[in-house]
Design a protein around this ligand. Structure first.
Ligand code: GZL
Length: 352
């Protein structure tokens, strides 16, 4: 019996020691929990998409489709480069499409990106309307759309994750306010010709709206001609030639929705025999290098900045989205304006 007791009690002792050891090990984990570890929250335990999103949001390589308007201006070229470089510098894969300012090419490009199952689409719509169907197709495919530079006019704002770009109405107001100040001692009438951007595009619609909102407050300002130059130098020159043919010395001011059209118009004005910047006041938008050169030459009076160099900010927003952050629907790019007397000093500093 004693032997049996000894064996039995020994076994009980061993089992007890093992149990105590296991209990001790189980408790020892709690003090070593790293206090800096983020506690798992309900959000990270959310649906598959959020988990996928938070996984992708780290340093996961994304495949990003970029549907760009075209290559119509100095501004556009700088914007394309800024976004392309930001995507590739961040280690993501870029699929790029230049729509040559044609809406049908952008629709085709977005459908192609959907077929290729990209992770995200960057999109600068050539015009504001006519994209609902293809944006819905992207949404149905679970591919977020990041509007860069230009906005779309759609009922359902869940069709796009965020818009990063300029406040074009404010740019128009800045142009109008500069002219009102410049002409404050002039009795009038002040006859204005307007070179509009691409018909139906957000910058053309909004820059016209903002400018008219300001100058219409004083009836000495008269917009005597207004026509699209499609944001290009060639078209801007062609339309300005027509304005000069019909209105000639009657023109006091040119308001061009971008600097490229203003630069084309300057050529037309000189060929007509007038002095741009003196006989006709020249107002542009974008603040591209060509405008600073024209102002330094005394041929242009002011350019309203529209900053194209927002590629890095855009990629930050895309990565934040995939890290599960909620983005504001509209994020405006900070901008200024520059006049003839500043041009010579600032020209060497201009990046686009
Ligand atoms: C504005 C952009 C416009 C530029 C033009 O953000 O969409 O398009 O002002 C360009 O130069 O063609």
């Amino acid at each position: 019996m004693e032997k049996l007791f000894t064996k039995k009690s020994f076994l009980i002792l061993v089992v007890g020691i093992i149990c105590m050891f296991l209990v001790a090990c189980g408790n020892s984990d709690s003090p070593s929990t790293n206090d800096s570890e983020e506690p798992a929250t309900d959000e990270t335990a959310g649906n598959g998409e959020e988990e996928a999103a938070s996984e992708e949001g780290g340093d996961e390589k994304l495949v990003i489709g970029f549907s760009q308007v075209g290559a119509e201006s100095e501004w556009r070229t700088a914007n394309t480069k800024s976004i392309q470089n930001a995507i590739t510098d961040a280690g993501h894969e870029l699929k790029f499409s230049d729509a040559q300012q044609k809406q049908e090419n952008q629709i085709k490009a977005i459908r192609s990106f959907i077929t290729q199952k990209v992770d995200a689409i960057v999109f600068s719509p050539v015009v504001e309307t006519g994209f609902e169907t293809v944006l819905q197709e992207a949404k149905d495919a679970g591919i977020p759309i990041f509007l860069a530079d230009r906005a779309v006019d759609v009922e359902d704002d869940s069709l796009w994750a965020t818009f990063l770009g300029s406040d074009f109405v404010e740019e128009g107001r800045k142009a109008g306010n500069w002219l009102v100040e410049e002409m404050k001692d002039v009795e009038g009438p002040v006859n204005i010709v307007e070179l509009q951007g691409t018909v139906g595009s957000a910058p053309a619609n909004d820059r016209k709206e903002g400018f008219e909102e300001v100058v219409s407050a004083d009836d000495k300002f008269k917009i005597i001609k207004s026509q699209t130059g499609d944001f290009t130098r060639a078209k801007g020159k062609e339309v300005m030639e027509a304005f000069l043919k019909s209105e000639g010395d009657n023109i006091d001011v040119l308001y061009a929705h971008n600097d490229d059209m203003a630069i084309g118009a300057i050529q037309a004005i000189e060929e007509y025999g007038l002095k741009p910047g003196e006989d006709i006041i020249i107002i542009g938008v974008d603040a591209v290098k060509g405008a600073f050169e024209a102002m330094a030459d005394g041929k242009m009076n002011v350019t309203i900045e529209c900053n194209p160099l927002f590629g890095p900010q855009l990629v930050d927003l895309i990565e934040a989205h995939f890290a599960g952050e909620t983005l504001d629907k509209r994020i405006a790019v900070e901008e200024s304006m520059y006049t003839m007397d500043q041009a010579e000093e600032l020209l060497p500093t201009r990046q686009y």
